[in-house]
Design a binder for this molecule. Structure first.
Ligand SMILES: NC(=O)c1ccc[n+]([C@@H]2O[C@H](COP(=O)([O-])OP(=O)(O)OC[C@H]3O[C@@H](n4cnc5c(N)ncnc54)[C@H](OP(=O)(O)O)[C@@H]3O)[C@@H](O)[C@H]2O)c1
Length: 314
């Protein structure tokens, strides 16, 4: 008898990683998945539907889901046959960059509402069913910024650190119910994410920020960030393929980084548990030796390096 398809619910499928992942899973050659690709605004479903092609209505359905809205989550789950989600992918997320003096607490809270509480809200909704069935897989699109702080990304990084702590803690309890958790940690990915951030950063005035800090942000950080995306950025397709592997694994990993070119930056933290090596190196590269930073990023982009972390045997 054929194995029943696993129902996969993904948040934030209007663009970027969520869209790519939904399409790759729906087009799985072994037809292992029934994908519920969700987005908060169904007015944006055209790109997903076009990319899904003939999988639309067969292995992929599109549904409305705003991760910040309890009623929307409940409504979405009520349409899933049997209400059972086998794999939940918490992908929806928003970025925020800029000097914190110029960002309101309400704006910071809205980042946590989406990135952290949005994921928690979905988990609370699907967990009782997973526990009852004693199986399930929760995948969280975290970030390298869930492991390592990055200048002028204070609030975004904090929201991803919060996810890392929450889901690592939950993973211990859920082993008892045979439910797996996987935190996927991409580096920069070439999606609308960066464009949205740059648009927000270039129009924001950051009131109350002193001129020195504003200058560092606009003249040093923003150009360096653009170069980082250009030099080590992965395609959403590559990251989605890494997530597909995690979902298909017999023993899913708790953590999976996707970008080998970002690994040297991550190594700075691992090499010195006091944190001094990473903070001082990042500070010097941005504020003292921006020429060296540009050169290092060009080296990281060199094609002699592998383009992504080699898959480990599952
Ligand atoms: N791009 C990167 O460099 C990068 C790196 C590491 C991790 N990530 C993470 O990857 C995930 C996907 O980002 P992406 O790069 O694919 O960016 P993206 O193209 O901007 O996609 C973000 C998605 O989240 C959705 N979203 C935002 N708020 C939502 C809400 N309240 N309810 C439901 N959906 C909501 C967006 O919908 P709308 O279209 O309605 O706004 C969009 O579909 C995020 O968690 C992000 O933090 C991205």
């Amino acid at each position: 008898m054929a194995t029943p398809r696993r129902t996969v619910l993904i948040s934030g499928c209007s663009s970027g990683l969520g869209l790519e992942l939904a399409v790759q899973l729906a087009r799985d050659p072994k037809q292992r998945y029934q994908v519920v690709a969700t987005m908060r605004d169904l007015g944006k479903k055209e790109a997903l539907e076009a990319a899904a092609g003939d999988a639309l209505g067969k292995t992929l359905t599109v549904a409305q889901l705003d991760v910040c809205d309890d009623a929307s989550v409940a409504q979405c789950l009520s349409h899933i046959q049997g209400g059972d989600v086998d794999v939940l992918v918490n992908n929806a997320g928003v970025g925020l960059v800029g000097p914190l003096e110029g960002v309101s607490i309400a704006t910071m809270q809205s980042v946590f509402d989406t990135n952290f509480f949005g994921a928690v809200r979905l988990v609370k909704a699907v967990l009782p069913g997973m526990k009852r069935r004693r199986r399930g897989h929760i995948v969280v699109v975290s970030s390298v910024m869930g492991l390592q702080g990055v200048v002028f990304n204070d609030v975004y990084a904090a929201s991803k650190f919060a996810l890392e702590g929450f889901f690592e803690s939950l993973a211990i309890q859920l082993l008892q119910f045979s439910i797996s958790i996987s935190l996927v940690e991409p580096g920069p990915v070439a999606t609308d994410f960066e464009a949205k951030l740059l648009a927000q950063a270039s129009t924001a005035e950051f009131p109350g920020t002193d001129p020195d800090t504003l200058g560092y942000f606009r003249d040093l950080y923003l150009p360096a960030s653009s170069q980082l995306f250009r030099s080590v950025g992965q395609s959403p397709g590559d990251v989605a393929r890494a997530i597909v592997k995690v979902i298909g694994a017999a023993r899913p990993p708790l953590r999976r980084q996707t970008n080998a070119r970002y690994a040297p930056l991550m190594a700075l933290k691992a090499l010195d548990p006091s944190g001094r090596l990473y903070v001082r190196t990042a500070h010097r590269l941005l504020f003292r030796w921006p020429g060296l930073l540009r050169f290092s990023l060009r080296c990281l982009a060199c094609s002699c390096l592998p383009s992504r972390v080699r898959p480990r045997p599952e």
